[in-house]
Design a protein around this ligand. Structure first.
Ligand SMILES: [Zn+2]
Length: 157
């Protein structure tokens, strides 16, 4: 059976942080390197009173080569099958822990929370949301001090 697939490409700034086959029912598998960040997403959601259920909405997570070096990740949503979250091995391998968290939280924002990109920015030019595409004009500012505010915003919609 065919289902609707939506693929979003997400470009993240390299300086700071630096697609659809037959739909077959399958188990969601998550690369062990990505699993801790999926777990953090569940944990942070729980802190904010949101129950994340990956059994009800299964998402696979893979680290693969992308054709575009500046694309950090993608999410393919499927109505009747496992969603595919993919991260670019080229960017993943040079990303630190905070940057990896950002990439996974952004992609799960698409895949799990069904959020679109949001390019809005603060008066100082920094992005309002983790859901900024990376191609807009706002500047990403995800760090220890801003992290909790960004995650609040992520789960607020
Ligand atoms: Zn995106």
């Amino acid at each position: 059976m065919k289902s609707i697939a939506i693929r979003r490409l997400c470009v993240l700034p390299l300086v700071i942080l630096l697609i659809n086959s037959c739909d077959i029912e399958r188990d969601a598998t998550i690369d062990p390197e990505l699993q801790p960040y999926f777990d953090r997403f569940v944990f942070e959601a729980d802190l904010r009173g949101i129950h994340v259920d990956f059994d009800a909405d299964p998402i696979s997570g893979d680290i693969i080569s992308f054709d575009e070096d500046n694309v950090a990740g993608s999410c393919t949503r499927r109505a009747s099958d496992v969603d595919d979250l993919r991260v670019n091995t080229f960017i993943w391998n040079q990303a630190n822990d905070m940057e990896r968290e950002y990439i996974i939280f952004h992609e799960l924002g698409h895949c799990y929370l069904d959020r679109e990109h949001l390019e809005a920015r603060h008066p100082n030019g920094t992005c309002l949301s983790i859901m900024a595409s990376g191609t807009g004009s706002c500047r990403q500012d995800y760090n220890d001090e801003t992290r909790s505010t960004y995650i609040d915003e992520l789960f607020s919609r």
